[in-house]
Design a protein around this ligand. Structure first.
Ligand code: GLU
Length: 497
């Protein structure tokens, strides 16, 4: 780290759509950078060509943009430390691999995969449950530590396939002070001689990651806990290259509500979407997902729950990130979405709701009409897309009635009550066909009949909306208008008597 400025990076590999765990990592980096007035870098770690997925980088950038996390440096954004795609930085890695070899901390290895497999099998038979290419086995393999210098040069000249491996020391304890996990110790025996440069000449994640974090002057490495086991290799690399390692922070795992790490399979079982694009498509409020993700592993230490991205930037402290895994609670996410959605004005919701309705084949002819409906439904849905299901009856007369509600609603005395109500409201002129009058009428009818509110309310609701629950019925009838309301009630009378 050659400057004191906070510089962090989000370093995804473009191997698929950005998932929510990735977005949380990006978010914590973003919050940390903004909190400290530092830089937030996006670096694409695309050295594994076999796992490269077309469109993944665009998806990552898109998702971050949607979530409101602008990066300061990265692809499509010039910066002093570019390029920001590892595939465009290859020469640099080879240079440092060479430096490591010259310093005696890495070596050429010429073994074929069959030879390595053979070594593993042999050791396994001899009772070693986790055989690997390491300080013990390397001296029995074909590499620049066991071959003569001439032979090595000859092989390199000939163009034999080789990889460069890290020479992990025997019996060394590697120390790491992690901002989240505290002091962590690793025994070098547990590590293998990591491949740093592959036979295609490209670096592995480990070498590229360390080189770039150094070259890009990254001050803090903030990433998921699944990378903690790689950290000791990185510490060795920093030491051997003579660089000061960045401060590290390994974020807690995201857990399934059913227990265990939230894997793709577990998420599916729980009906949890894992890709950010799915949340986008489902119509989630980006601020809601961001607020929710911020609290997956962090809290401000008091009972505040709603925090905008700006507020989060102010409040975020790495010291308050927990070590324990954070359970993905779908109910909580819905709750967050409701809060943010209800904060939006009708004007801002209107185009989104309209799109959601149209997606469900509901034609919206009149925006002003939709603007009346939105406030009635917004308290009843968790997601914009749910407006379609909840609000269909505003646009289409019920094709059928909810069986259960009907059973509960339609009794012997119902017919006369409903008919009576229909007759009374038919006397109202268009201009007085308003919620208050419609309610008064209902009260008059039940008072005369000497029955309770529900005796008329429920059957009317079923007749008008098809269902036993919904928004304020009087406002609903007002919005539907006189002739539509009359028609729905008469149809129900006909069909149900
Ligand atoms: N490329 C790694 C990933 O896909 C980056 C891990 C790190 O941040 O060091 O998550």
């Amino acid at each position: 780290m050659s400057s004191n400025k906070v510089r962090v990076r989000f370093a995804p590999s473009p191997t698929g759509w950005l998932h929510i765990g990735g977005l949380r990592t990006a978010l914590y980096n973003y919050l940390f950078a903004r909190h400290h007035g530092g830089d937030f870098v996006l670096r694409i770690e695309d050295t594994d060509q076999k796992r490269y997925v077309e469109g993944a980088e665009a998806d990552i950038i898109n998702s971050m943009k949607w979530a409101g996390m602008e990066y300061d440096e990265g692809p499509a954004k010039q910066g002093p430390f570019g390029p920001y795609r590892q595939s465009e930085r290859s020469e640099m890695y080879a240079k440092y691999a060479k430096q490591l070899i010259e310093g005696g901390h890495a070596y050429y290895a010429f073994d074929t995969s069959e030879e390595i497999e053979e070594m593993r099998e042999r050791l396994q038979k001899a009772g070693n449950s986790n055989p690997k290419y390491d300080a013990i086995t390397r001296m029995g393999m074909t590499n620049s530590l066991t071959l003569s210098e001439d032979e090595v040069n000859e092989r390199l000249k000939r163009g034999d396939d080789y990889v460069v491996r890290l020479k992990v020391p025997a019996n060394e304890t590697i120390h790491l002070d992690d901002m989240v996990r505290g002091h962590v110790k690793f025994e070098s025996e547990g590590l293998d001689d990591q491949v740093l440069l592959k036979s295609d000449g490209l670096p592995t994640y480990h070498l590229a990651n360390v080189v770039d974090d150094h070259e890009m002057q990254i001050s803090h490495v903030i990433r998921g806990e699944e990378w903690l086991s790689s950290a000791p290799k990185h510490v060795l690399l920093y030491n051997y290259l003579g660089w000061e390692p960045p401060v590290m922070a390994h974020l807690p795992l995201i857990m399934s509500p059913a227990g265990g790490k939230l894997s793709k399979r577990k998420a599916e079982e729980q009906g949890i979407m894992v890709n950010v694009r799915d949340y986008m498509q489902a119509g989630y409020e980006p601020e809601a997902l961001v607020n929710f993700l911020a609290y997956l592993g962090w809290s401000p230490g008091d009972d505040r729950e709603i925090m905008s991205l700006d507020q989060l930037c102010k409040e975020f402290e790495m010291e308050r990130v927990s070590k324990a895994g954070a359970v993905f609670n779908t109910k909580k996410l819905s709750w967050y979405n409701e809060q943010y959605m209800r904060e939006r004005s009708v004007e801002s919701l209107l185009p989104d709701v309209k799109a959601a309705l149209e997606k469900a084949d509901i034609e919206v002819k009149d925006d002003a009409h939709l603007a009346q409906i939105i406030p009635l439904l917004v308290e009843r849905v968790s997601l914009v897309s749910e407006f379609a299901d909840q609000g269909r009856f505003f646009f289409e007369a019920p094709a059928e009635y909810d069986e259960k509600s009907l059973k509960k609603a339609w009794k012997e005395e119902t017919l006369s009550l409903v008919t009576n109500y229909l007759n009374r409201i038919s006397e109202l002129d268009e201009a007085s066909f308003k919620a208050a009058a419609l309610k008064e009428t209902l009260e008059a009818v039940i008072a005369e009949a000497g029955v309770g509110f529900g005796k008329l309310m429920l059957p009317l609701r079923v007749a008008v909306t098809g269902s036993g629950s919904g928004p304020d019925l009087f406002l609903t009838m007002e919005i539907l208008g006189k002739s539509e309301t009359q028609s729905r009630i008469s149809i129900a009378i006909e069909r149900l008597s």
